[in-house]
Design a protein around this ligand. Sequence first.
Ligand code: ADQ
Length: 461
Amino acid sequence: MGRLVAVSNRVGSLRGVTRAGGLAVALTEALQARRGLWFGWSGNVVESAAEHVEQQTINGVTRATVDLTTREHDDYYNGFANACLWPLFHYRLDLASFDRRFYDRYQRVNRRFAQALIPLLRDDDLIWVHDYHLLPFGEMLREAGCQQKLGFFLHIPFPVREIFTTLPMHECLVRALMAYDLVGFQTEADRQCFEDYVLREAGGTRDGDRLSAYGRTVVARAFPIGIDTEQFAAMAGSEEARRDAKRLKAAIFNRVQIIGVDRLDYTKGMPERFNAYEKLLENYPDTHGQVSFLQIAPTSRGEVAEYIHLRQELETMAGHINGRFAQLDWTPLRYINRAITRRQLAGLYRMSRIGLVTPLRDGMNLVAKEYVAAQDPNDPGVLVLSRFAGAARQMPAALIVNPYDAAGVADTLQRARHMDLGERRERHQELMQGLRENDVGQWANTFLGMLERVELDALAA
Ligand code: ADQ
């Protein structure tokens, strides 16, 4: 078994991973099993680039990080990654900035990162690169002569060809992806979009899982990401979480709580969700004084203009809804703009009768999965989930909605409010079974197992 080298824009802390998300937990576990290396950006922004790679080894896992300069942070991270690829891959062509300067810097940072990693590599390493910040990373390793097996996983959607080809450098990016041996997507639909590009735009060919174009062959597959299901369920069922939940429930006078939890991002459909909640209050007056909507949305990418506007928009909308419907002893909507610990989150999910997860577009969406895992199996809540989240394809037992249809979401919320215990239990059992069978550990093992075999498969073909 080769050593695992994980590469991602942000590198997990390796300490106190129980506080971190499922992805960090899964990667840390996989890295510990293989005494691996995790490489990426330190999170520090400095005035001028130092070539220095900071290294630290904890429990057999080495964390190797490099800094970004202010200019790199502006153009590579805030620029090409988050103001071009992120909106475009989420179908927000209107928000995508095609600045060549951003792209040049993106390429240069990827090359600089690749060069910093190369001296740390061993011949039999298995290299697993993550997400849209690092699409060309593998190609740069190959150009420098690296022969190791290279895998890539895209955490966000891969868009349809008509959207993707609006990007002036679409061909360069797909050519770069073809440098990997294995390319993983969240859903079969994403994989198909990639295949469609390779066959129709790049004039490539397909043989089973294998796609060939530009003189290279990759295996392309869907690997839907999961969460640390058992750990999360155990945390939500713990004595502390239950105590938290009881206290919080008393604070809202045992009203039916609807919960939304998202990074503050325009892909998550929060203004549309607020509209749907307003429709619920408008169309179903029996909800007045009886329901309470809690939206938790910590600021992310707070320097990008679009995110600043979104924050202002949500504050205005929350004020409007409360101004219109609040009573002396009832606040219909509570909006909290900060991060909370995972244990608190687990408790909040558990005390909420409805989980409202309505992104306009999402690679997977782990909040939907966490909400389900946190429920009391004897008295579970109901998940209302957008059809445009990758998770919807794996969670048909949720109530699936169109987030653009405010009245439809309002009707579904009303249905969820009145769903009887038998149906809630049935749906929850089915959802939990899926979450147990496809947890994040299994996701990492499946991807790495396939990456290990990929060359043998190619030889066998
Ligand atoms: P994200 O866009 O960040 O992930 P998501 O999958 O929902 O979206 O993960 C968010 C994580 O942050 C969850 O684990 C959630 O618990 C946590 N979180 C959110 N708000 C929080 C708060 N207020 N306090 C504490 N924690 C909070 C990207 C893609 C997704 C894909 C994941 C993983 O956009 O589609 O599911 O990567 O591949």
